[in-house]
Design a protein around this ligand. Structure first.
Ligand SMILES: Nc1ncnc2c1ncn2[C@@H]1O[C@H](COP(=O)(O)OP(=O)(O)OP(=O)(O)O)[C@@H](O)[C@H]1O
Ligand SMILES: [Mg+2]
Length: 413
C-alpha cells in the first residue's frame, strides 16, 4: 500500500486528553475567579425566569477577561432553568464584529426565532430596516416570554454603524405586546458609551459590570483547571503553568493568551516527540505567537512606512542605536534614491515614526538635550526571533534593493 503522510501521527503518542478543552470557544463547567460577575449577571437575569424584564446591562473589561465566556455560561444556565421551570426565556448572543450592521443583527435575531419547519427567512439585504424590525417584533410576540439579547463586541458596530440599533433594541418593549426584551452590551472599550446618544447611554447603562484583568495567580488557576481535562496526566513539568500565566499577565491579564501559550507549548512538545512539556516549549510557543502577530503587521505596512522602518533597521545594523529623527530621515532619503522614489519631508517622516511606535514596531522616546532642546531616541522593538528584512522583502521586492544598498551614515550630534 502507498505510504500516507498521516501514518506517523497515528502511531504517535499524544499529550492531549482533549484538545478542545484548551480552545477559545470551549465552554468550561467552571470559571474560576468570576464568581462575583456571574452572581451579578445571573441575579439580574433571574427576573426573566419570573417573567419580568431584567435591567439592560453593559459589561466592560480588557480583552481576554472572560466577558464572552461568563455571558455564554450564564445564558446557558438561564435557558436550561427556563426549560425545567417551563418558563419562556430565550437568550440570543450576536457577535457584532462578525455581524456588523443594524440590518444584519436584526435579521440574524429574527431568523434565529424561526421554527425548524418554517422557511420564511428575512433576506440578507433588500428590506427597509423598519420592516425587518417589525418582523422581528412580530416573531418575538408570536413566541412570547422574555428575550435576553446579547450584543458582544458592540463597540465595533457602534463605531461602524452608529447607535440606531441600540436605540431600537432598548426601546423595543414599547412595541412588544406578548414578549419582553432586555439588552446586554459587551465591550472591551471602556469609553465606547461616549459615542452613544445620551438616551441610549442611560437605557443601556442601567447596570454596569466591570471585569478586572486577571492577575498571574488567577491565570494559573484558570490554566490548571483547563489543563486537567485538556492534557494527559503528568505531562506538564513544574513551572510551565506559572510561566504561561506570568507571560499572559504581562499582556494585561489575557486568559486567551494564556490558553494559547499552554496549548501551543504542548503542540510543540508533541511535534518534537517530547513526552513532557517544559519551559523551553513555552518559549518556543511564545516566539511563534509573537511572530504570527507581528509578521502580517510588517508585511502590510504601506511602502513609505516600510522604508522608514528599514531606515531604523539599517542604522541598527551598523551599530547605531538611540538614533534621532534626522538620522532616520537621512537613511530614508538615501533609500528612496536607491529605488528612485521621491522622498517625503522630514516632518512627514516624523509622523510615520510615531505610527510605527503606535504599532509597537519601534520605540520613539522623547529625551531632553538640555539647551539643545528635545529630540527623539528611536530604536526598533521587533523581537529578535523575527526577521523584518525578510518579511518586508517578500512582501515588496524593492525592499530587497533597499536592504542591499550602501549607505553613508551620519554621526549623531
Ligand atoms: N475564569 C475563566 N475560567 C476558564 N476559562 C476562562 C476564564 N476566563 C476566560 N477564560 C477563557 O479565556 C478565553 C478568553 O475569554 P473571553 O473570550 O471570555 O474573553 P473576553 O473578555 O470576551 O475578551 P474579548 O474582549 O477579546 O472578547 C476563552 O477561551 C475563555 O474560555
Ligand atoms: Mg469576547
Amino acid at each position: 500500500m502507498e505510504p500516507n503522510i498521516f501514518d506517523k501521527f497515528i502511531s504517535q503518542k499524544t499529550l492531549f486528553k482533549n484538545k478542545e478543552n484548551l480552545r477559545h470557544n470551549f465552554r468550561p463547567h467552571h470559571l474560576p475567579h468570576r464568581q462575583e460577575e456571574i452572581e451579578k449577571i445571573s441575579y439580574n437575569l433571574w427576573e426573566a425566569l419570573k417573567g419580568h424584564i431584567p435591567s439592560n446591562m453593559t459589561l466592560y473589561g480588557v480583552t481576554g477577561a472572560g466577558k464572552t465566556a461568563v455571558t455564554d455560561y450564564v445564558c446557558h444556565h438561564l435557558k436550561a432553568k427556563g426549560a425545567t421551570m417551563g418558563r419562556k426565556v430565550e437568550a440570543i448572543m450576536v457577535n457584532c464584529r462578525q455581524i456588523d450592521t443594524q440590518y444584519r443583527v436584526l435579521s440574524h435575531i429574527g431568523n434565529s426565532l424561526l421554527e425548524d419547519h418554517e422557511r420564511d427567512e428575512i433576506p440578507f439585504t433588500g428590506w427597509p430596516t423598519d420592516r425587518v424590525f417589525k418582523e422581528l417584533v412580530r416573531r418575538m410576540d408570536r413566541r412570547g416570554g422574555v428575550f435576553v439579547i446579547v450584543l458582544d463586541e458592540i463597540d465595533h458596530l457602534v463605531r461602524k454603524a452608529g447607535d440606531d440599533l441600540l436605540y431600537n433594541l432598548t426601546s423595543m418593549n414599547s412595541s412588544l405586546n406578548e414578549a419582553r426584551a432586555c439588552v446586554i452590551g459587551i465591550s472591551n472599550d471602556l469609553k465606547f458609551t461616549d459615542f452613544l446618544d445620551p438616551r441610549v447611554r442611560s437605557r443601556l447603562g442601567q447596570l454596569d459590570v466591570l471585569f478586572k484583568p486577571y492577575d498571574a495567580e488567577q491565570l494559573q488557576d484558570i490554566l490548571r483547571q483547563r489543563a486537567k481535562n485538556g492534557l494527559n496526566e503528568n505531562v506538564l513539568e513544574t513551572g510551565v503553568i506559572e510561566l504561561c500565566a506570568a507571560l499572559a499577565a504581562q499582556e494585561h491579564g489575557d486568559a486567551r493568551c494564556a490558553l494559547d501559550l499552554l496549548r501551543i507549548s504542548a503542540e510543540k512538545a508533541e511535534q518534537i516527540g517530547d513526552k513532557t512539556v517544559d519551559q523551553s516549549h513555552v518559549r518556543i510557543a511564545q516566539s511563534q505567537i509573537e511572530s504570527d502577530q507581528i509578521t502580517p503587521v510588517i508585511a502590510t505596512l504601506p511602502s513609505q512606512q516600510k522604508l522608514v522602518l528599514a531606515a531604523v533597521i539599517i542604522n541598527e545594523r551598523n551599530g547605531l542605536r538611540n538614533v534621532q529623527t534626522g538620522q532616520v530621515f537621512d537613511i530614508y532619503q538615501q533609500a528612496c534614491k536607491h529605488i528612485r522614489q521621491n522622498p517625503l519631508t522630514q516632518r512627514r517622516i516624523s509622523g510615520l515614526i510615531s505610527n510605527l511606535d503606535m504599532l509597537g514596531l519601534v520605540t520613539a522616546r522623547t529625551v531632553s538635550k538640555g539647551r539643545y532642546g528635545r529630540s527623539k531616541e528611536i530604536n526598533s522593538s521587533i523581537p529578535t526571533n523575527i526577521n523584518p528584512e525578510e518579511i518586508m522583502t517578500s512582501a515588496e521586492e524593492e525592499m530587497g534593493v533597499v536592504f542591499n544598498a550602501h549607505y553613508h551614515h551620519q554621526t549623531a550630534l
